[in-house]
Write a new protein. Sequence first.
Length: 134
Amino acid sequence: SFLKHIASNDYPNTTETNSISKAKYISIIIKDICIFTILLLVSYPLFFVPFINIIIQVFLWSWLIKESYFLSSASLYATKEDIDKLNNHPFQKWSLAFGAAILNLIPIVNIFSPFFAQSLFFHWVMQTKLQGEL
């Protein structure tokens, strides 16, 4: 994956841990998608209200991006204990997810926003790990 390429270039001294099984990760993603769909259907009438529709879209995207991109990035090089410690920083996770969700509103850039978002979360995890906060 491109994260392994980024890790080999930017963080050559790290070792891969694969701390979360693919089955657990997929179950979390499916749960998040189901909740996202329910919230989307419930908030659908508000999509016709100017400006509120943008706020709802960004919130829903942020919520969906937050956990899935975080886990996919963190599970490669962080242990389960490290992931638990990173979960104690909800403001950072929401901020990164919000920034990534905003990219979805920009034409042409939105095509590449999943890569930007994944890279944002990956660098946050790795920088936190390298600074000894984990």
